[in-house]
Design a protein around this ligand. Sequence first.
Ligand SMILES: Cc1cc2nc3c(=O)[nH]c(=O)nc-3n(C[C@H](O)[C@H](O)[C@H](O)COP(=O)(O)OP(=O)(O)OC[C@H]3O[C@@H](n4cnc5c(N)ncnc54)[C@H](O)[C@@H]3O)c2cc1C
Length: 523
Amino acid sequence: MSPNSKPTVLIVGAGTFGTSTAYHLSHQYKDPSRITIIDRWDPKAPLQDKQAAAIDTNRIIRTDYESSMYCDLANEAIHPWFWNIAVQGHFHKTGWVVLDKKGGDFGEKVRKTFVERGGDYTRDVDREELEKSEVLKGLCGGAEMGRGYFNPEAGWCDAERATMSFLKVALNNGVQRVTGEVSELLLSKSGVSGVRTKDGKTYTADKIVLAAGAWTSSLLSPIEDALDIPPKDSIETQITAVGRLSAYYTLSESETQNIIDSKMPIVVIGGLVDIIPPSQPNRTVKINDLRTEVVHTVTTKSGRRITAPTQNHQSAVPEKLRAESAQVMQKAMPHFTSTHTPSRWRICFDAVTPTEDWLLTAHPHPSLSNLTIATGGSFHSYKFLPVAGKYVAKVLRGESCGAEKDEAWKWKSGEELGMGGGLEFGRSGRGDAGGRREILGTDGVGDGVADLLLDGAGLLLGDISRLEGDHAAGVELEDGTTIGVEETAGVDTGDDAKLKQPRSDVMKLSERVTVLPAGSALW
Ligand SMILES: Cc1cc2nc3c(=O)[nH]c(=O)nc-3n(C[C@H](O)[C@H](O)[C@H](O)COP(=O)(O)OP(=O)(O)OC[C@H]3O[C@@H](n4cnc5c(N)ncnc54)[C@H](O)[C@@H]3O)c2cc1C
């Protein structure tokens, strides 16, 4: 590197953090060709095949946070959503309503934060007003709810087009994009020197930004293994890859228009769902289930257990999980769900930190100091796409983002991980989530076998009729024990399988279980 040129940068991941970093660096570099961004999805692929949290029919953009730091940051980000030429046409200012759960205080705290900043545009909303919209009739089946408020300064954006638009600006400025699956980070004496892709190519740079979202741990853990970093100091203590479900309901043109004409806002029903209204191009009502969360664990070569998205397509949602999630949606929207069926489902994974703050820092290990980690979206960070990269660029240069942000986004100690944070829906957000369920990846078992759910009693919940005869003989537990699958439990319940020797002790969260393909020897 000549003394006058800026370091070359390789950004792994073109989701929210990666794309934003490429966008900002492309404005800061005289020669943006020194920046490369790599991602596995082809920009021309259909939306459903781009497995990034930053790519979806829509994402909510709002400034409503209890935390004044994230409220300020969201205000910084919302101006570009309104005015940045790159994303014009992708943002829909529908406003949003939050109907707190009974006893919830998210709305109250948000409004307090707004008042302290000097401007509260919100107004009270009650259930009757909401129920005027056909989609929202019978909300929560009449169950008692907490207070509601409407903020007109919020909306949603087309999260495929907007991400691609920011990326396009970066590419037009000269940033290079590579389509390829990173299979490993390359370790050298000076730190992480680059990456190798599945097709055997290598890409190197002076500095690496790891912005791989829910896949961060699976890329970083092998390096941590190689450096003998103990589990207590590993990336897995900072982030967990967690999946949430969304259901997409396709509407007719006229139904879509009726909803648009009724000026239906985004509606969040505390701790249960958020509902995003359609536009004429997408003709989709999307419901996010805020209650059902899943994890999938894999074991690294050194035996370290980490969380990672399953390798099945994100639209292959286990049937049992869909049924559970459908119940959450029915509870929230009994009228709409009795007359509409989702045209598709998705499990979308994000990297979630215990405090729901970002993780934006160099890895603390001295050998990894040229590696900047930019992740921890925690289900609420798409809205920061226009500004996140500005802060990643600061961290890359070794500059402070400001004392409060540095403190929030640093690599945290065990004690700090239990404190404070950016909390998606404040403290009332996740209180009644039903716990994270574990899914069992069935990648490689057979075509069309969706991932399965595990429950505590040694049951495999899923389409076992497919798994049983044709595709799998049983499962292998982490300790090497293999267990055969029982006959299906009967015609009515034929989609669950019992293990021949139920092992409730091992079938718990974080236990590694491998599905054995049909024909495997069990004993
Ligand atoms: C269901 C759901 C709903 C959400 N709703 C909202 C919302 O309404 N509003 C909001 O603000 N936020 C929302 N979020 C959160 C937001 O989408 C995420 O926080 C944000 O996108 C995370 O950004 P990221 O860059 O960390 O990860 P991602 O956006 O997932 O990007 C990571 C990228 O890394 C790439 N990658 C990973 N591994 C490799 C590899 N080995 N080789 C090559 N490429 C790789 C992936 O392909 C991907 O493109 C939601 C998230 C989910 C899951």
